[in-house]
Design a protein around this ligand. Structure first.
Ligand SMILES: Cc1ncc(COP(=O)(O)O)c(C=O)c1O
Length: 390
């Protein structure tokens, strides 16, 4: 068997590999606590489950679901943008439902990037921004996200010769993995920059509804004129606890939406109808439970912060998202620290380098796990730090 040259440089997906090691450790009898992965542990509310049940019972709902999502789903997504962000969207030309946002993100390079084009990606950043580019033989240019810049990229530092070849700029706020948020005026600068350099901005915003301490995350589409240059990705995975359901959206630029939709029509067959109906219920139903859910995450965030402080690991207090981004002890690498914590204490965190070279020196901790288990993980972490004399 021959394998395609384009995957020669594609490393194994980090979490797939980690999963294998954890399965081995569990088989050997270790109780591993996974705070590495950003999967919400809580279910969506009953009214969403009931809608799924109602819809799944309809005999006609088991056929191919159609490429663009049912009109009511696109309308619900547009209405959500209207009520949540004050952004008006045309459900027929500015909204495309996705089978989870990762699906759309992975198809972006096929739709917008030619071989040899440059894609500007945040580093550290969600790995799929980079890997999709590798698959179409494009180049990525990492934009460092540094603490001294509040984890915002320095757009002006990108060299002109890179910009001349650049087709696309990925941004992601609230940010995974750093936990940083971006003010609207950064989004304004980014939109100006994209216009100046003829770039499409893909803004990935799945954590916009996971916020703390009263913070309200903006959409990049709130910037005037953003729709000309921005395609924003969003997802019910994190906002509505529906990660396993696979439903998300790309919204904004009508031109970009059309191109992405064209690619998708050739590569998939749409979202299972009952999931579309349940997503409509989730987006249009009572949203008050989100505040209660966020309060649970916030309590977990504070448990982790307190433990990190006790353990002598410095971390900022995130206003949004599912993650804390502590520094590892001096003299250790991210991978070394994560590996020792897993093997010696049964706590799995993600080494920062899984998100790019500028993730070195940090690990990512997720709050998407039962509060008791997070407490237990933090007890083990503080013990580990004591015993290891770190
Ligand atoms: C920044 C970011 N974007 C996109 C995704 C993908 O989400 P989904 O495919 O579940 O919508 C994730 C999931 O962890 C993420 O962290």
């Amino acid at each position: 068997m021959r394998q395609a040259n384009r995957i020669a440089n594609l490393p194994p997906y980090f979490f797939a590999q980690l999963g294998k090691r954890i399965a081995q450790l569990k088989q050997e009898g270790m109780d591993v606590i996974r705070i590495d992965i950003g999967s919400p542990d809580l279910p969506p509310p009953d009214f969403v489950l009931q809608e799924l049940n109602r819809s799944v019972a309809a005999p006609s709902h088991h056929t191919y679901p159609g490429y663009y999502g049912i009109p009511a789903l696109r309308r619900a997504m547009a209405d959500y943008y209207g009520s949540r962000f004050g952004v008006e969207l045309d459900p027929d030309t500015e909204v495309i439902p996705l089978i989870g946002s990762k699906e759309g993100i992975a198809h972006v390079p096929t739709a917008f990037v030619n071989s040899g084009d440059v894609v500007l990606v945040p580093d550290p950043g969600y790995p799929t921004y980079r890997m999709g580019v590798t698959l179409v033989e494009g180049e990525t240019y990492p934009m460092p996200l540094l603490a001294e810049n509040d984890y915002l990229p320095d757009l002006e530092a990108i060299p002109q010769d890179v910009l001349r070849q650049a087709a696309l700029l990925w941004l992601n706020y609230p940010n995974n993995p750093t936990g940083a948020v971006a003010p609207l005026n950064f989004f304004e600068r980014a939109v100006d920059f994209a216009r100046q350099h003829n770039l499409l901005i893909c803004h990935d915003a799945p954590y916009a509804d996971v916020t703390y301490d009263g913070y309200v995350a903006p959409s990049m589409l709130q910037v005037e004129g953003a729709k000309e240059v921005v395609l924003e990705f969003n997802s019910l995975s994190k906002s509505h606890n529906m990660a396993g359901w696979r439903v998300g959206m790309a919204v904004g630029s009508a031109r970009a939406t059309k191109v992405l939709a064209l690619v998708k029509t050739h590569l998939d067959s749409g979202i299972f109808r009952p999931i579309q109906d349940a997503a409509i219920a989730a987006l249009t139903g009572d949203q008050s439970w989100l505040a209660e859910r966020n309060a649970i995450y916030q309590e977990r965030r504070d448990i982790v912060l307190t433990a990190l402080q006790q353990a002598g690991l410095r971390a900022r207090k995130p206003k949004a998202g599912l993650y804390l981004w502590p520094q590892v002890p001096a003299g250790m690498t991210s991978a070394g620290f994560a590996s020792r914590l897993l093997e010696e204490a049964g706590v799995s965190v993600t080494p920062g380098t899984a998100f790019g070279q500028h993730g070195e020196g940090h690990v990512r901790i997720s709050v998407g796990l039962a509060t008791d288990r997070i407490r237990q993980a933090m007890d083990r972490l503080t013990d580990f730090m004591d015993k290891a004399n770190l």
